[in-house]
Design a protein around this ligand. Structure first.
Ligand code: FES
Length: 111
């Protein structure tokens, strides 16, 4: 399976993805610039992604805690999700997301 991730500078990456991993973990483990400060506990919003609209409808609905945390993120849109709350499965093979502003690690913040 694969996911496609556009980083904060606009470069699109195609990443191999394993079932059961969080989308945030896939992005982080392939070395892309994602802060994911809380490690997936739905407590930081620094794993915020914009999901391509075609894919948005295929994702499971947001839980209240994800919605509450997203309220604190930058540039929140109708298609915003926290990537640590998206679990990779066959249904998401080909998922297309874009890293939202504010997700850069401090040591690699956009100049
Ligand atoms: S990694 Fe902190 S909310 Fe997703």
């Amino acid at each position: 399976m694969q996911i496609h991730v556009t980083d904060q500078s606009g470069t699109r990456h195609t990443l191999e993805a394993l079932e059961g991993f969080r989308v945030m973990e896939i992005i982080r483990d392939w070395g892309l610039n994602i802060k994911a400060e809380c490690g997936g506990a739905c407590a930081c919003a620094t794993c915020h992604v914009h999901v391509e609209p075609d894919w948005s409808a295929k994702l499971h609905p947001m839980r209240d805690d994800e919605e509450d945390m997203l309220d604190q993120a930058f540039d929140v849109r109708d298609n915003s999700r926290l990537s640590c709350q998206l679990l990779m499965s066959e249904d998401l093979d080909g998922l297309e997301v874009r890293l939202a502003p504010g997700t850069e690690r401090d040591d690699q913040a956009a100049a």
